[in-house]
Design a protein around this ligand. Structure first.
Ligand code: SIN
Length: 519
């Protein structure tokens, strides 16, 4: 083994990996301590947060309450939400919105100056807070980025790739990262993973290319407990085009009354669910998928309900459509489901602590159990804000008592520059889309596992996105194979019903079943 020293060693009390809403919320919350934040691109870019159109669910309306919001969250969660966590995030929703307003966020308001509340699928009340019509994520990301830059207390390490967790004596003591000046050992008393999701492991996704599951893969390699990896949510209405990521046609359009039709104008969702287009997301996605598989086109028609108001009410969607030569004011828009959100992740408790001392996780990287087997729309930005704050509070309590580990106590590593293989990445994405997508079965999943294994053989393993994509693909496939039932976003055509026997979370840890399943 070639052992070389790091090109640089950087110390801080707290190290945050990830520059989306969750990571920035943590960094701002712990700022009295020294904090470094690693961002794969320039801060504020490259995260799914920025692309989030639909907003933040919060029980702010007169007819609404956190209890009703909790009921809706539990109703779609397929029996796997933790009601205590649901209670926390739904109660804290209004406070998080007011905190953002205090930081300067401008949410859309009605004529009386009250925050305007939109409706999305499976919400029984209007409770979606949005900004600039359909660029809510971008507004929050901009406010948090500006605050970090203005306050100047967070050390931002941009264009820096976090390759692996640094572990010494069973404790996470920071991260090994690769930046402009080479390999960096970032040592910290507390390390927080907020690296976002895994959309880029699938051929078609609404996520940015950077969503390669880096945090999940790092945690898996370090032996941190993970769960619910089979639950990948597909957004029903991405614009069916060749663009990557696929442009999102926000669920708020259906909340305003937009309908789904096939080429002949038939509104097929009326036969699928009493709530039609506002049925839970998994039901809408699979219904669209079946239409597409049967060779029909599916279109989202908002010409009657939005029409000429498009440029003002949904400026992002309007721009994305016109960039693709379509006019949503006057014509229905072709849609397809696309990988959108990973419900599973690093298991955390209610303070955001992972199973390994020294490591916290929040945002899409974490499995807090709030979403169960099916996430309610617009609950993810809320979760990122609430758990970002909780992690910061917990880290503040713990951080003083921990010594920074000396460099010598780290396991020696053979450092290689992160190596990427675009062709292999695309092969993995195609396998995942074809065999581990919206409708799964034993044969396809087993074939996927075999094909991923073959690809792994052909790939000399270096740290980097390619390696992470392969790792995450395998973890998701294994979990999907194990869960022999259908629940929420996980649908098995060979086990189409939910089964009370599977009324539990599946954990991935360095456990015997992994070796067994791979044997
Ligand atoms: C959307 O605008 O449809 C996305 C909202 C979400 O995924 O929660």
């Amino acid at each position: 083994m070639t052992v070389r020293r790091f090109d640089e060693v950087v110390d801080s009390d707290v190290l945050v990996v990830g520059g989306g809403i969750a990571g920035m919320t943590v960094a701002l919350g712990v700022a009295p301590h020294s904090v470094n934040l690693i961002s794969k691109l320039q801060l504020g870019y490259g995260s799914s947060s920025r692309l989030a159109q639909g907003g933040v669910a919060a029980a702010l309306g007169k007819e609404d309450s956190p209890d009703l919001h909790a009921q809706d969250t539990l109703a779609v969660g397929g029996g796997l939400c933790d009601p205590r966590v649901v209670d926390i995030i739904t109660r804290e929703g209004p406070r998080q919105i007011h905190k953002l307003v205090d930081l300067g966020a401008r949410f859309d308001s009605d004529s009386s100056g009250e925050i305007h509340l939109g409706r999305e699928a499976a919400h029984s009340r209007r409770r979606i807070v949005h900004a600039n019509g359909d660029s809510t994520g971008a507004e929050i990301v901009t406010v948090l980025t500006d605050t970090i830059r203005e306050r100047g207390r967070v050390g931002v390490m941009e264009d820096c790739f976090a390759a692996d967790l640094a572990v010494a004596n069973g404790r996470v003591v920071g991260v090994i990262a690769y930046g402009e000046r080479g390999w960096i050992l970032c040592r910290a008393r507390a390390t927080v993973l907020a690296t976002g999701g895994i959309g880029s492991v699938f051929a078609f996704t609404t996520n940015p290319p950077e969503a390669t599951g880096d945090g999940l893969a790092m945690a898996a390699r370090a032996g941190v407990q993970l769960s619910d990896l089979e639950f990948v949510q597909f957004h029903p209405t991405a614009l069916a085009c060749k663009q990557s990521p696929m442009p999102l046609l926000t669920e708020a359009l259906r909340g305003e009354g937009a309908v789904l039709i096939d080429e002949s104008g038939h509104r097929f969702m009326l036969e699928e669910h009493p709530l039609a287009e506002l049925a839970p997301r998994d039901i809408v996605s699979r219904a669209i998928w079946r239409q597409l598989q049967e060779g029909r086109k599916v279109l989202l028609d908002a010409t009657d309900v939005v029409g000429s108001r498009f440029p003002d009410r949904f400026p992002t969607v309007f721009r994305l459509c016109t960039e693709n030569g379509l006019d949503p004011r006057t014509e229905p828009i072709p849609v397809s489901p696309a990988a959108h959100y990973h419900i599973g992740g690093v298991v955390t408790d209610m303070r955001g602590r992972s199973s390994m001392p020294g490591l916290w996780a929040c945002g899409e990287t974490a499995a807090t159990r709030v979403h169960g087997a099916n996430r309610l729309a617009s609950n993810s930005l809320l979760e990122a804000l609430v758990f970002g704050s909780h992690v910061a509070e917990d880290v503040l309590l713990r951080v003083q008592s921990v010594e920074i580990s000396p460099e010598e106590s780290l396991v020696e590593t053979d450092f290689q520059k992160p190596a990427e293989n675009e062709e292999l990445k695309n092969q993995v994405r195609a396998i995942m889309w074809d065999k581990v997508g919206l409708i799964r079965d034993e044969t396809a999943l087993s074939n996927a596992l075999q094909e991923l294994d073959d690809l792994k053989e052909s790939f000399e393993s270096f740290p980097g996105e390619t390696n992470n994509i392969l790792t995450v693909a395998e973890l998701v496939t294994l979990a999907a194979l194990r869960r022999k039932e259908s629940r929420g976003v996980h649908f098995r055509s060979d086990y189409p019903e939910s089964d009370r026997g599977w009324d539990r979370h599946l954990y991935h840890e360095p456990a015997p079943w992994v070796e067994h399943a791979l044997a």
